[in-house]
Design a protein around this ligand. Structure first.
Ligand SMILES: Nc1nc2c(c(=O)[nH]1)N[C@H]1C(S)=C(S)[C@@H](COP(=O)(O)OP(=O)(O)OC[C@H]3O[C@@H](n4cnc5c(=O)[nH]c(N)nc54)[C@H](O)[C@@H]3O)O[C@H]1N2
Ligand SMILES: Nc1nc2c(c(=O)[nH]1)N[C@H]1C(S)=C(S)[C@@H](COP(=O)(O)OP(=O)(O)OC[C@H]3O[C@@H](n4cnc5c(=O)[nH]c(N)nc54)[C@H](O)[C@@H]3O)O[C@H]1N2
Ligand code: SF4
Ligand SMILES: [Mo]
Length: 689
C-alpha cells in the first residue's frame, strides 16, 4: 500500500511538471496532514470537508466546521465516503472485456494498451463512417467543473463527434423559470432565512438539500410558515406547517387557483403589475374560471386551503418559493416551472430581500467562470441527441450514421436514463465499441469493451461550485490515485496525444485550468484567487447577502396552460430520490447504505392496496409496454390513490428481472428536444404474484 502510494505520488508530481508549471507541493497529495476538499456529488449542498492523511492513506474525512453551509456536518451518504475510496471493488486497472457484454467478465490491461486500442478504433470509425459515429455520454457523476468534462468537451469537439444534450437534470426548470424571469436566476437560497412565508414546491429539501433545512428552520423560528406542495408526503412534507398534497402534475392548476384568489380578493397591486410585467391581463384572463372549488376539483387541494395559501403568500412577506427538479420531470414540467415563477412575480415578492423564487444557482457560477464562452469557442457537435433518448439512438435503424462508439464518463446510463430495456439492448450490440471511465463496475461499465479506472474526489484536483448556495471550493487531492486510477482530465490528455491533438488546449494541467477560470474578469470573482482558495479551501462569490436579482426586471406573464398528461394505465408511477443514504446511483451496491429490508419497495396507497389485494410485503409485478419488475410492496399513505412510488438509484441486481425503475419510465422529451424526460409521466399495471 505504502510503496504504491509513493509511486503514484511521484507520477503525480511528474505529470504536473510535464504540464510545464513549477510544482507547488501544497496542492498535490500528501503523505501526512489534513487537506481541504469538497464533495463532488450532484447535490446542491457542495459540502467542504477535511481529509486526514497518515502514511499516504486517508484515515478520516469530516465536514469543515467553518464552512457556512456545511457547518461541520456532511450527510449519511458521504460520512462513509472513505469506504468507497478504499472499497475492494474499486476498479484499479484498465479492463478489457472477455465475456459477453453485460457478463462482467474482464481482464486487466495496461493503460498503454487501452489508450492504443481506443485510438485505433476511433481512427478506423472516423475513416470509415466519420466522427459523427462516435458519441460521448456524460452527466454529473462529479460536478466539479474541471473533472466534469472540460477537456473531454475540447477533445470530442476537436474530433467533430456527435454529442448528447445533457438535459436530464435542471434544464427544464431553467427554461421554465427563464420564460418568466428572462434568466434562470432566482434569489440566493441562503436568503430564505429572511422569508416569512416559504413554499417548498416539489422539492424534498430535508432529504435532497439537507443543509438548506437549517435555513428553513431559521426562517420558521423567526415566524415563517413553511408550506410544502408535493404529490407525496415526503420527509419534508412531514415537517411542514402546511402540506398541499396535490394530484401529480396539477401544479399549473394550483398556481392558477392561487392567482385567481389573489386577483379576486384584491391582493394584487395593479400599478406594480403594469410597471414591471408584460401581459398580466392575459394571465389573469386565463385564471378567471380557476375558482377555489374548480381548483379543488383539478388538484385535490381543499378550496379553503387554496384561499388560505393565496392570502398568506400575498400578504405575509417576504414570501418565497423554493423549487429544484421534482416537477420538471414531466411532460408539462416547463409549464409547471413557468407557473411557479409567476407566483412571486404577480405579488411583487421580488421587491423584498428574501422574497422571490429560489432555485438552482448554477447560472451564477457558469457566468462567473465564463463557461458559456468556453463552450461557444468550441466547434459545435456533428449532431446532438437529448441524453434521455439513448436507448432509441443506439437501437433505431434510422440513426444515420449509426453510433459505432460510445464513450461514457461521469454517468451510469444503464441505471439513470429512462427506457432501460432499450438502453441495454443498445449496449449489447456487438457492433458498438463502448468505453466507460468509472470507479466501480456499474451496470453500464459491465457492458463496456474497455473500462478505464477513474479516481475519486480525494485523489484529484477540482474546482467545486454549488447549485444550492453561492460558495465555491477548491478540492485538493489528499491522497495519490489508488492503483492505476486516473482523473478524467488525465484520460483525455492521453487520448489527445494518441489521436494527434497536440494543441496546448488539450494538455492544460488541472491547476492551469482552474487558474484560468478564476482569472475571468467577472465581478462575482472579486477577491477570489487561486492562492486564497489554496489557503482557505472555499470562498463566497462577491454577491451581498440579501441581493435582489430582479429589482429591474420586466417579467413576462401570459396565459397558463393547465392541461396534464392523460392516464395510459391504472397507476401513475413516481421514482424518487428518497433514500437518505443514496445519491443517485452511487451507493446501492454498499450494504451499509441500504434500508431494511435491503430491496427497493413499491409504495401503494391503502385504498389501492385493498382493491388489488396487496398486503405489506406482498410481491407484485409492476409493468407497462416498456418493462416489468417484480418487487415487494409497502402499503403506505405517503402516496395517494392512483399514485405508486418506486425509488430511483437501485442497480439492476435489485430485482429478479435484472432491471431497476427506469425500465418502466417514460423517455419522452419536449418536441424541441430541450429539457428532461417525462420520468414521472409513467403509467403502470400492478398485479400480485
Ligand atoms: N439523498 C439524496 N439527495 C440528493 C439526490 C439523491 O439521489 N439522494 N440527488 C441529487 C440530485 S441529482 C438532484 S437533481 C436533487 C433533486 O432534488 P429535489 O428536486 O428536491 O428531488 P426529487 O426527489 O427529484 O423531487 C422532489 C419532489 O418533487 C415531487 N414531485 C414529483 N412530481 C411532482 C409534481 O408534479 N408536482 C410537484 N409539486 N411535485 C412533484 C416528488 O414527489 C419529490 O418529493 O437532489 C440531489 N440530492
Ligand atoms: N427514474 C429516475 N431517473 C432519474 C432521476 C429520478 O429522479 N428518477 N433523476 C435524474 C437526475 S436529476 C440526475 S442528475 C441523473 C443522475 O445521473 P448520473 O449523473 O449519471 O448519476 P450519478 O449516479 O450521480 O453518477 C454517475 C457515475 O459517475 C461516477 N463518477 C463519480 N465521479 C467520477 C469521476 O471523477 N470520474 C468518472 N469517470 N466517474 C465518476 C460514479 O461512480 C457514478 O457511477 O439521474 C436522472 N435519472
Ligand atoms: S452529498 Fe450533498 S449533503 Fe452529502 S456531503 Fe455531498 S454535498 Fe454534502
Ligand atoms: Mo439531478
Amino acid at each position: 500500500m505504502v510503496s504504491d502510494s509513493a509511486r503514484h505520488s511521484a507520477s503525480w508530481t511528474r505529470r504536473l511538471e510535464s504540464a510545464g508549471r513549477a510544482v507547488k507541493r501544497s496542492v498535490g497529495p500528501v503523505r501526512a496532514g489534513v487537506i481541504r476538499g469538497a464533495c463532488h456529488h450532484d447535490c446542491p449542498d457542495t459540502c467542504v470537508w477535511e481529509v486526514t492523511v497518515e502514511d499516504g492513506r486517508a484515515v478520516a474525512l469530516r465536514g469543515l466546521a467553518d464552512h457556512p453551509t456545511t457547518k461541520g456536518q456532511l450527510c449519511p451518504k458521504v460520512n462513509r465516503f472513505l469506504d468507497r475510496v478504499h472499497h475492494p471493488d474499486r476498479i484499479l486497472t484498465p479492463l478489457r472485456r472477455t465475456g459477453p457484454k453485460g457478463s462482467g467478465e474482464f481482464t486487466p490491461v495496461t493503460w498503454d494498451d487501452a489508450i492504443a486500442e481506443i485510438g485505433e478504433r476511433f481512427r478506423s470509425i472516423i475513416a470509415q463512417s466519420g466522427p459523427a459515429a462516435i458519441l460521448p455520454y456524460s452527466l454529473d457523476g462529479t460536478q466539479g467543473v474541471i473533472q466534469k468534462g472540460i477537456l473531454a468537451r475540447r477533445f470530442f469537439a476537436a474530433l467533430g463527434t456527435s454529442d448528447v444534450r445533457r438535459h436530464l437534470c435542471g434544464v427544464t426548470a431553467w427554461l421554465g423559470a427563464a420564460d418568466v424571469l428572462g434568466t434562470p436566476r432566482g434569489i440566493d437560497p441562503e436568503d430564505l432565512h429572511l422569508a416569512r412565508t416559504v413554499i417548498l414546491w416539489g422539492t424534498n429539501t430535508f432529504v435532497t438539500n439537507r443543509h438548506l433545512w437549517t435555513t428553513i428552520e431559521q426562517a420558521r423560528e423567526a415566524g415563517a410558515e413553511v408550506i410544502v406542495v408535493d404529490p407525496v408526503r415526503t420527509a419534508t412534507a412531514e415537517r411542514a406547517d402546511r402540506f398541499l398534497q396535490l394530484r401529480p402534475g396539477s401544479d399549473v392548476a394550483l398556481v392558477a387557483g392561487l392567482i385567481h384568489v389573489m386577483d379576486r380578493d384584491g391582493l394584487l397591486d395593479p400599478t406594480w403589475l403594469a410597471e414591471h410585467t408584460t401581459d398580466a391581463a392575459g394571465l389573469l384572463a386565463s385564471v378567471i374560471d380557476a375558482t377555489p372549488l374548480t381548483t379543488e376539483a383539478r388538484t385535490g387541494i381543499p378550496a379553503d386551503e387554496v384561499v388560505a395559501v393565496a392570502h398568506r403568500f400575498a400578504t405575509v412577506r417576504p414570501a418565497a418559493v423554493r423549487s429544484l427538479v421534482g416537477p420538471e420531470h414531466r411532460g408539462n414540467g416547463r409549464e409547471i416551472m413557468r407557473a411557479i415563477a409567476m407566483l412571486p412575480t404577480v405579488t411583487g415578492a421580488w421587491r423584498d430581500a428574501g422574497g422571490g423564487l429560489a432555485r438552482s444557482t448554477q447560472v451564477w457560477w457558469e457566468e462567473a467562470f465564463g463557461l458559456d464562452t468556453e463552450e461557444a469557442r468550441l466547434a459545435p457537435p456533428a449532431r446532438s441527441f437529448n441524453m434521455a433518448r439513448l436507448g432509441e439512438v443506439l437501437t433505431d435503424p434510422t440513426t444515420d450514421p449509426p453510433i459505432e462508439a460510445l464513450f461514457v464518463h461521469n454517468s451510469n446510463p444503464a441505471v439513470i436514463a429512462p427506457d432501460q430495456n432499450r438502453i441495454i439492448e443498445g449496449l449489447r450490440r456487438e457492433n458498438l465499441f463502448t468505453v466507460v471511465a468509472e470507479q466501480f463496475l456499474t451496470d453500464t461499465a459491465r457492458h463496456a469493451d474497455l473500462v478505464l479506472p477513474a479516481t475519486t474526489q480525494i485523489e484529484h484536483l477540482d474546482l467545486a461550485p454549488a447549485w444550492g448556495h453561492l460558495n465555491v471550493a477548491l478540492n485538493r487531492p489528499a491522497i495519490a490515485p489508488m492503483g492505476e486510477a486516473k482523473p478524467n482530465n488525465e484520460i483525455f490528455r492521453l487520448l489527445a496525444t494518441e489521436l494527434g491533438l497536440d494543441a496546448p488546449e488539450h494538455h492544460e494541467s488541472d491547476e492551469d485550468l482552474i487558474r484560468g477560470l478564476l482569472e475571468n474578469e467577472h465581478p462575482m470573482l472579486d477577491g477570489i484567487t487561486w492562492e486564497r482558495l489554496v489557503d482557505d479551501g472555499w470562498a463566497r462569490f462577491a454577491i451581498d447577502p440579501g441581493t435582489r436579482p430582479h429589482a429591474d426586471t420586466t417579467f413576462t406573464l401570459g396565459p397558463l396552460d393547465i392541461d396534464i398528461a392523460e392516464p395510459e394505465a391504472p397507476f401513475q408511477l413516481i421514482s424518487l430520490k428518497q433514500h437518505v443514504a443514496f445519491l443517485n446511483a452511487n451507493y446501492a451496491q454498499f450494504p451499509a447504505h441500504l434500508p431494511t429490508p435491503p430491496h427497493p419497495r413499491l409504495e401503494v396507497h391503502p385504498i389501492d392496496a385493498s382493491a388489488l389485494g396487496v398486503t405489506d410485503g406482498a410481491r407484485v409485478r409492476v409493468h407497462n409496454e416498456r418493462g416489468s419488475l417484480t418487487v415487494e410492496a409497502t402499503v403506505s399513505d405517503r402516496v395517494q390513490p392512483g399514485l405508486v412510488a418506486l425509488p430511483f438509484g437501485w442497480g439492476h441486481s435489485s430485482t429478479p428481472e435484472g432491471r431497476a425503475v427506469n425500465a418502466l419510465t417514460n423517455p419522452a422529451v419536449p418536441d424541441d428536444d430541450a429539457g428532461s424526460a417525462a420520468f414521472h409521466d409513467t403509467w403502470v399495471h400492478i398485479e400480485v404474484v
